[in-house]
Design a protein around this ligand. Structure first.
Ligand SMILES: [Mg+2]
Length: 251
């Protein structure tokens, strides 16, 4: 088995492949990123996927015209080799009611954004004043609590997201590893956020390599400084540099 047949690469998007933007729709994709990802995917025999809180369709827009395997909405929806499963809004009537309530209760706060993703909903308060941000966080916590055990709250950087309880990036990575071309490979997962820590733990448990991007407490075994360093690593691997994730800096 060649070295490149040994690994499956799983990549978070925001804060990992691209710098975090003030608004979720304002991220800038480095023009060299998509061609490098495509070359690296080929080198890995197709075993490369984006694992994100965003919908698959939004990742397609950002990485157009390429179409990668994607676990979207923290694994609520997953596309492998062009086939999409999960994530229809009509499957989530209770969440629909929760979205209405979020709109109603946050309307009086300045610069609080509701991002309705169909099967999940994110409340963003990055641009809000501290008092309004705190109010938004309290509201999303209350709505999540009232939705009960079928949903859970994920708190990230100035964002609170209500997602189906069974959806995590850890579950999504394990689901990819159950089928070709991922089966039998060692997972490498790169992520930057609190929400990625669950997946770091499950990747570690399965003998894979977890890589935290940026500062912060982590259970990941490796660390890289920022998305620019990640893009340089992807470019180097795409061009044929040895893929040796165990040699990355310790976290
Ligand atoms: Mg991220």
């Amino acid at each position: 088995m060649s070295e490149t047949a040994d690994y499956a690469l799983f990549l978070d998007f925001d804060g990992t492949l691209v710098e975090i933007a003030p608004r979720p729709d304002a991220v800038q994709v480095d023009p060299s990123l998509v061609p490098a990802l495509e070359r690296l995917r080929e080198r890995l025999g197709g075993a490369l996927a984006i694992v994100t809180g965003r919908p698959v369709a939004v990742i397609d827009d950002f990485l157009n015209p390429a179409r990668f395997d994607v676990a979207g909405l923290h694994g609520v929806e997953r596309r492998v080799d062009g086939t999409l499963s999960g994530g229809r809004p009509e499957d989530h009537p209770d969440l629909r009611a929760g979205v209405e309530r979020l709109h109603a209760e946050t309307a009086r706060y300045e610069s609080v954004l509701i991002e309705d993703k169909g099967a999940s909903v994110a409340v963003h308060w990055r641009l809000a004043a501290p008092g309004d941000a705190q109010a938004a966080e309290e509201i999303v916590k209350a709505v999540a609590a009232d939705l009960g055990s079928a949903y859970r709250l994920q708190l990230g950087k100035a964002v609170g997201e209500i997602v189906p309880a069974a959806a995590t990036k850890g579950h999504a990575i394990r689901a990819f590893l159950e089928a070709a071309p991922y089966t039998g490979r060692r997972a490498i997962f790169l992520g930057d956020d609190r929400t990625d820590e669950i997946a770091f733990a499950s990747v570690n448990e399965d003998g894979g390599i977890s890589v935290r991007i940026g500062d912060g407490e982590t259970v990941a075994s490796r660390r890289l400084a920022d998305p620019a360093v990640v893009r340089a690593l992807i470019a180097a691997w795409a061009e044929g540099a040895p893929i040796d994730p165990d040699a990355l800096p310790a976290a």
